[in-house]
Design a protein around this ligand. Structure first.
Ligand SMILES: [Zn+2]
Length: 187
């Protein structure tokens, strides 16, 4: 329903359903201009998933995929419990999308992540052709706490790949960092 809006590629595909021709302008722009409650709610859900990852013995990362206004998949980090260094939720979701969704659906997807996707995941997101990514806190900010983040910005990876994925964030820095500090920080 809410058009993800950001990505150029996604916009073309996503247009079909405009019922009112001219009159909806005010409502439309109001909906669109807010990076909005909706984005924030989804990122908050991703942070909840990150918290659940910790509860199951993993590090605090979570992500989900929204297609046409509905959550179609959610993942928690599983690097420790699966003994798999690539089991980041964003990469797992990108691979899932590659298997389960058509290319045009992937282009209409927004991935919400508790923390900015790392370069490995950003590349997977690009290969999957996900239309948009929104994240809670920047990798660089987490790196200041942990010192072990490969803090090449997700947007930079997409740009260098000449990709179409729109990247937005950080939009929930305090909430996302609260969790990281609880896990990594010393009090
Ligand atoms: Zn990653």
């Amino acid at each position: 329903m809410t058009d993800p809006g950001g990505g150029g590629a996604a916009d073309d595909i996503n247009a079909p359903d405009e019922t009112d021709p001219n009159d909806g302008d005010e409502i439309d722009s109001a909906d669109r201009d807010e990076t909005g409650p909706t984005d924030r709610e989804y990122v908050d859900r991703a942070i909840d998933l990150a918290e659940e990852a910790v509860e199951t013995g993993n590090t605090p990362f979570g992500a989900l995929l929204v297609l046409d206004g509905e959550i179609v998949a959610e993942r928690r980090n599983e690097t420790l419990t699966e003994d798999d260094l690539a089991a980041h939720p964003e990469l797992t979701l990108a691979r899932w999308a590659g298997r389960e969704l058509a290319a045009d659906e992937r282009a209409r997807c927004t991935m919400y992540a508790s923390t900015e996707p790392c370069p490995m995941c950003a590349t997977g997101i690009h290969y999957a052709g996900i239309g948009r990514v929104v994240f809670g806190v920047a990798g660089e900010t987490l790196d200041a706490l942990t010192g072990d983040v490969v803090s090449i910005p997700c947007a930079e990876v997409i740009r260098r790949a000449d990709g179409d994925t729109a990247v937005e964030g950080p939009i929930a820095e305090a909430a996302a960092m609260d969790l990281h500090e609880a896990v990594y920080g010393e009090s």
